[in-house]
Design a binder for this molecule. Sequence first.
Ligand code: HEC
Length: 104
Amino acid sequence: MVRLFILLAVITIGSSELQAKGDVEFGEYLSNMCVTCHQLSGTDNGIPSIVGWDEEAFVKTLKSYQAKERDNPVMQMITEPLTNEQMEALAAYFATIKPVEQPD
Ligand code: HEC
């Protein structure tokens, strides 16, 4: 019985740790509103690539648009309604995408 309790405790702690990071599936769902502009292939056609980024840097960048520290009206508008959880989910999702090698 004690063993079972310890096992359950470990599982619970483990899963709450997982949730502290962004939820990749939720991020994929949210990414619909980003990929009309940002290319999933990592191509920069005037709009910078956002795939394969470090998650922390990604969230920081979104927050700086949201706080209007970074000056871009489009991204300020996009990030305005986003919660921390949504930004972490987006960061987790886009971090899983590897940019495609670009021919020169
Ligand atoms: C209407 C087009 C558009 C949409 C939609 C859009 N972006 Fe952007 N995004 C841009 C442009 C243009 C820039 C470059 C802005 C700048 O120069 O600061 C940018 C910049 C960024 C950057 C910083 C890139 C860098 O190299 O510094 C990140 C991160 C980013 N966007 C994430 C997102 C996410 C996440 C979403 C969806 C929630 C999104 N964007 C939706 C147009 C868009």
